[in-house]
Design a protein around this ligand. Structure first.
Ligand code: FES
Ligand code: FE2
Length: 461
């Protein structure tokens, strides 16, 4: 148990009422998932990658983008996942539909733009066309097709649908017609996140970094805080990731990162240094704060609770932990919400189409801004693996430089992890209890591949 946990538990509970999201503290016992090593081949073996495609990517729910991206009828977004490309578009009837982005003539990618507005889709090869509801509009010169002598079979030639659903202002999709509904899929952790009223959040930044590592290295990099002490020397100055509560919920998991405190691994937890002040006090919510640096979270929690009726933020729905600390949720297989009271960093990890040694790390920054804040269109920036990522430059204006540097530190391990797990000498990952979510994640992958766990409505025979 971290010192901060003892400090919080030693105090009287501040708010004596029930909240929708169950607090982490007092900590619940974690399940015993064993101590077996996790093999390295899963990170580079093409056969394993194919199994993941067949049993996980094509079977689970995935984030597409914000629903707000579909402003008008004809607004569309193209989303790539592995070898597939999908086209999502708002119809004249207001419904957002999803399709495989594949021309029904000879299989060309129908739409190559990532985002825009169109009245219909035209394949650039021979000019077949589709309406924005996915129905066939026109076959070019149908008289050349003997198959159509009795009439063009419009039903057969419509764009192939995928299921979509919305949650928290996000559009999600699945290739699996038999999957449980999205809300059921997200389970209790989805319910927790609803307390932040995500649908009111605005997208501030959206960037993709191609990393030279398998997508699972990226998931693993963010699902434990055991690495903070070594990899992120700045972060221990204004947060606690040392010995933190972890919970497993079905195929998903969460952990609690304490904000606005100083880690127990730092000898001086009291002095308010410039770095600590710039992160913990710069929001201006605690004018004249003179207390210990490690106790900022307590003062902040009280201040936020005191104004729960005066803010646009849904503090009334949040438990005391949520007011200040960071709830970190990962929905299997590839969506992570690092969630604070008024802002979120959402990560999505995508496999490369053909190469298990590469992946895409998608980074969304969102904030619940006061009403009347001017909306601005966010350009999706993509950083290819061939460029040396400059995170400070990439996040200029949207992300504190200290956090941009933290991300650079996280990204720095992708290539070296990918190389290291291929060594003949590597005996498999030896995971600590603070890395329980990684163990659970890899066991869940194995269970999906084995067919003992799945996302379908009815249990498999
Ligand atoms: S491949 Fe699309 S119209 Fe021919
Ligand atoms: Fe990290």
């Amino acid at each position: 148990m971290a010192k901060i946990e003892q400090e919080i538990l030693a105090r009287e509970r501040q708010t004596m009422r029930d909240f929708e999201a169950r607090p982490f503290l007092p900590r619940r016992p974690a399940p015993d998932l064993g101590v077996d090593r996790i093999d390295g081949a899963r990170f580079f073996d093409p056969a394993f990658m194919l199994q993941e495609w067949q049993h996980i990517w094509t079977k689970t729910w995935q984030i597409v983008c914000r629903v707000a991206d579909f402003e008008t009828a004809g607004s569309f977004v193209v989303h790539e996942l592995g070898k597939e490309s999908f086209l999502f578009v708002r119809g004249e009837d207001g419904e957002i539909r999803g399709f495989y982005n594949v021309c029904q003539h000879r299989g060309n990618r129908l739409c190559v733009a990532e985002q825009g507005e169109l009245t219909h889709f035209t394949c650039p090869f021979h000019g077949w066309q589709w309406h924005i509801d996915g129905t066939l509009k026109k076959v070019a010169d149908p008289q050349f097709f003997r198959q159509f002598s009795g009439g063009v079979p419009a039903d057969e030639l419509g764009l192939q649908r995928v299921r979509v659903d919305q949650w928290g202002g996000w559009l999600w999709f699945t290739m699996n017609d038999h999957a449980v509904g999205l809300r059921d899929y997200l389970g209790e952790l989805g319910h927790h996140l609803e307390t932040y009223e995500f649908e009111k959040f605005d997208l501030i930044d959206y960037q993709t970094f191609e990393w030279n590592g398998n997508w699972k290295h990226a998931v693993d990099a963010f699902n434990e805080s055991y690495h903070f002490a070594e990899l992120h020397p700045d972060m221990v100055e204004f947060g606690e990731g040392h010995d933190i509560p972890i919970e497993i919920e079905g195929i998903h998991s969460r952990m609690l990162n304490f904000n606005s405190t100083v880690s127990e691994i730092v000898p001086d937890r009291d002095t308010m240094t410039p770095l600590r002040a710039s992160i913990m006090l710069a929001g201006g919510e605690l004018p004249g704060y003179q207390g210990s640096a490690k106790d900022v979270h307590l003062a902040l929690m009280q201040a936020r609770r005191a104004k729960e009726h005066e803010t646009h933020l849904p503090f009334k729905r949040m438990n005391d932990e949520q007011l200040v600390h960071q709830y970190h949720y990962t929905f299997f297989p590839n969506a992570t919400f690092t969630q604070s009271a008024g802002a979120a960093f959402v990560f999505r990890y995508r496999p490369h189409a053909t190469d298990p040694n590469r992946c895409y790390y998608d980074f969304f920054i969102l904030a619940n801004l006061p009403a009347g804040t001017p909306k601005r269109r966010v350009e999706h920036k993509v950083h290819s693996h061939t460029s040396l990522h400059d995170y400070a430059q990439a996040f200029e204006g949207t992300f504190h430089p200290v956090f941009a540097n933290v991300l650079a530190q996280d990204g720095s391990n992708m290539e070296t992890m990918q190389a290291g797990v291929k060594s003949d000498s590597f005996k498999g990952m030896l995971l600590s209890d603070q890395e329980l979510r990684l163990r659970h994640f890899h066991q869940t992958i194995d269970a999906f591949i084995a067919g003992t766990v799945h996302a379908n409505r009815t249990p498999r025979a």
